[in-house]
Design a protein around this ligand. Structure first.
Ligand code: FMN
Length: 175
């Protein structure tokens, strides 16, 4: 069985080189809206999505993340960063799976509209610091949220040359 969605699921790749030009508002909105259609536990729509395109802010987030990673440019020069936040798991235990599905939907949507994306880690640590919490307030978020993940988003400048085959025994069917 095959169709366009199944093909897109196979063909989406993490993109780690971006063109400097900013993406269109139309493409960004398509990606963000796709995020909002991810399933969430009990339909709570817990995640918070913030797309950042202001160059100074993109650079600041990139630098904060890079400090934790220990090397510069963790967002690979992407012109847009999409941050996903959620409730503290002590308050809402499904916040991390909820936010992760939002990120997954957005990566697939990015691929579907000709953009490249890559999940960039370390938001939990970044937004647990005083600097991170101050940034969350600047972004207009309520207190008490945690960082779940982020996407580098932009027009791809290069594609990975190959993809790992899926591991043996990845799935099984028990009838
Ligand atoms: C939870 C999670 C965290 C990730 N963190 C990073 C990251 O910090 N930097 C990065 O370059 N890629 C990151 N990735 C991308 C993975 O490395 C990538 O999905 C994997 O190598 C498979 O490649 P593909 O997405 O092209 O299929 C992350 C992916 C996931 C799901």
């Amino acid at each position: 069985m095959d169709n366009e969605i199944l093909k897109a699921l196979r063909e989406r790749r993490s993109i780690r080189r971006y063109k400097p030009e900013q993406i269109s508002d139309e493409a960004l909105q398509a990606v963000l809206e796709a995020g909002t259609w991810a399933p969430t536990a009990m339909g709570r729509q817990d995640p918070w999505i913030v797309a950042v395109q202001r160059p100074e802010l993109v650079a600041r987030i990139d630098a904060m993340n890079g400090e934790i990673l220990g090397r510069p440019a963790p967002f690979y020069g992407a012109p847009t960063i999409v941050l996903v936040f959620g409730s503290d798991p002590a308050v809402w235990p499904n916040s991390i799976p909820d936010g992760s599905l939002v990120l997954g939907n957005m990566m697939l949507a990015a691929h579907a509209v000709g953009l490249g994306s890559c999940w960039i880690n370390r938001e939990r640590e970044m937004f647990a610091t005083a600097e991170g919490k101050a940034l969350m307030a600047e972004l207009g978020l309520p207190e008490g949220l945690i960082g779940i993940g982020a996407l580098a988003l932009g027009y791809p400048a290069a594609f990975p040359p190959s993809v790992k085959p899926r591991k043996d025994g990845y799935w099984r069917i028990i009838k």
